[in-house]
Design a protein around this ligand. Structure first.
Ligand code: SF4
Length: 217
């Protein structure tokens, strides 16, 4: 396998997001991003990278010894070899999560993976880059949706888009995640309860476990 990937880091941690929260997970953080979210907590992943062959990436993941793997970034869909990496991991029996920023078509990623689409809310500054056709590409009961919410405007946006997604016939896990350090989880929790929403409060568990560590967790 000669395909080359720009890899920022490969590490094991406790999955802090999505319905897989709490499970040990191998993270493959690919380098580069096409967006500039105001609250980005992985700015280092924009530029830092090692060039690695696909087989080296797979070997490093296998050496970690866990069956859940997340391909993330940066924006993983920017790299041509990402769909191949996902297929190779699926073929080896891994459960594969792919977290993407919602600006690119998720069709390039095998439906065997769980595609987690992070539609951008207004306070990210990147809302105009959402590819709303991804709504119709989501696999019901399998893929997941995420909204990172920093204020009431973001919350209203997420409510409207959630409605549109559900009206498309899709069903599945929708994650509402407060911007860490900006919106109190309690406040978002109370909004969700008051509005009787069947969404998942997503608290980035790793940031509570490793409060003093900013990367590699
Ligand atoms: S899409 Fe993700 S990695 Fe890219 S700038 Fe936004 S938060 Fe950062």
């Amino acid at each position: 396998m000669l395909e080359i990937l720009k890899v920022c880091e490969i590490f094991v941690s406790i999955q802090g997001e999505s319905s897989y929260t709490g499970f040990p997970c191998v993270f493959v953080r690919l380098s580069g991003c096409n967006l500039h979210c105001r609250y980005c907590d992985t700015i280092y992943a924009r530029k830092e990278y090692l060039l690695m062959s696909l087989s080296d990436v797979i070997a490093q993941v296998e050496a970690k010894g866990f069956r859940l793997v997340e391909i993330t970034g940066g924006e993983p869909l920017l790299q041509e070899a990402t769909p191949i990496l996902v297929k190779e991991m699926l073929n080896r029996g891994y459960q594969v999560l792919v977290e993407t920023n919602g600006s690119l078509s998720i069709d390039m990623i095998s439906k065997g993976a769980i595609r987690i689409v992070d539609f951008k809310c207004p306070s990210s500054g990147m809302m105009d880059y959402n590819d709303y056709d991804n709504i119709y590409r989501l696999v019901a009961g399998h893929d997941e949706v995420k909204f990172v919410i920093g204020n009431r405007e973001d919350y209203s946006f997420a409510l409207d888009l959630r409605k549109r997604i559900l009206e498309s016939g899709w069903y599945g896990t929708i994650n509402f995640s407060p911007v860490f350090g900006e919106l109190e989880p309690r406040e978002l929790a109370e909004w969700i309860l008051r509005d009787k929403l069947d969404v998942r409060l997503n608290l980035q568990l790793h940031k509570y476990i490793w409060r003093d560590i900013e990367r590699g967790v």
